[in-house]
Write a protein that binds this ligand. Structure first.
Ligand code: AMP
Ligand code: MG
Length: 319
């Protein structure tokens, strides 16, 4: 049993990215960080230039050719958006940019402004051409936003890179999107112990510990990006139909899945579905597991065969 771990960290994608390995491997770690940087540079919409920004800036004018990974991610996001129209929409960009939640200049827009921007969020106006890898937003002002899936996609790419370096036991943490590789060499029975953050805690306190093997753990929560105004909390996960932050009983949803892309997609969708519809959905999709943290401080675990959960905070109760 290995006894030492080696942690590598960098600030990327506006968050702390860390990699834990069990043999030192500076070269693998650097390759991982460089690859994340390259992907972030292609996918971001928080800087003036990126492949996704080129698509957005050409909206209503012409198609833009992108690199194969960006094309493939957009293609998947379009599929999900057309299937889960009420909860997930990659074309939500104009609404995200109007509210600016988590950024300088955040505001509660008036309903007329929201209505105007909503007209620019129809994912059916995204035209894809698989032969040329090009993406065309057919209406001027449309904007793609991959914020709900980019980290998941990138975490899976990191896993692939680590495999190329023959690393099969590791933890990748992209600011809370956690992907565990293989079995843990340091814990009993090979389970990885991954902290689940207590919502709104100031010092990164934990609500509990999720124990998994070879799984991704992704959380969507209203405490990640929000502001308060007149005692109302406005957070960063939007109802694509209204253009307002989703208002339901949940503080957060954590998805345990095989790939991190899947985890990221479904954390956003399951947040929108809420605990009742979400649990129904999961009963028919048993390869996904979930931990719902509710505002009334109860916790609901669904499809527990893929993980176990140890509660740490006695403010919460598992029901
Ligand atoms: P996540 O934390 O994975 O749930 O993703 C939230 C991020 O995705 C937000 O910061 C927005 O950039 C974007 N977003 C917000 N609401 C939606 C939605 N309903 N569908 C797709 N992306 C969204
Ligand atoms: Mg997500």
């Amino acid at each position: 049993m290995a006894s030492s771990s080696y942690k590598y960290t960098q600030t990327l994608m506006g968050t702390e990215v860390s990699l834990i390995l069990f043999e030192p491997d500076e070269i693998a770690a650097q390759t991982v960080f460089n690859s994340i940087k390259i992907l972030e540079d292609k996918l971001t919409v928080n800087r003036p230039e990126s492949e996704v920004m080129s698509i957005n800036l050409a909206a209503g004018q012409h198609p833009v050719k992108v690199s194969p990974p960006v094309y493939s991610l957009i293609e998947q996001a379009v599929k999900v958006s057309l299937h889960f129209t009420d909860y997930f929409n990659l074309a939500i960009g104009p609404v995200v940019k109007l509210w600016k939640i988590g950024f300088k200049g955040y505001q509660v827009p008036n309903s007329e402004q929201i209505k105007q921007q909503l007209l620019l969020t129809n994912p059916r106006y995204i035209e894809l051409d698989a032969n040329t890898y090009s993406v065309f937003l057919k209406k001027a002002g449309m904007k793609i936003d991959l914020g709900a899936i980019a980290k998941g996609y990138i975490a899976d790419v990191v896993k692939h890179i680590l495999h190329q370096y023959h690393i099969y036991q590791a933890i990748i943490n992209l600011g809370g999107n956690v992907l565990t590789l293989g079995h843990s060499p340091i814990n009993d029975n090979g389970y990885w112990h991954v902290g689940l953050r207590k919502p709104f805690s100031h010092h990164n306190e934990l609500a509990g510990i999720v124990k998994v093997k070879n799984k991704s753990i992704v959380t969507s929560g209203i405490y990640e990006r929000f502001f308060m105004q007149n005692d109302i909390l406005y957070h960063h996960i939007f109802n694509p139909l209204t253009g307002y932050p989703l208002n339901n009983e949940l503080e957060s949803v954590t998805i345990i899945s095989n790939t991190s892309l899947e985890g990221d997609i479904y954390s956003t969708i399951l947040y929108g579905l809420g605990v009742l519809k979400g649990s129904e959905y999961l009963k028919k999709n048993r390869h996904l597991s979930a931990i719902f943290l509710l505002k009334n401080k109860t916790i609901k675990l669904v499809n527990c065969d893929n993980f176990s959960f140890q509660l740490l905070d006695d403010e919460y109760e598992i029901v």
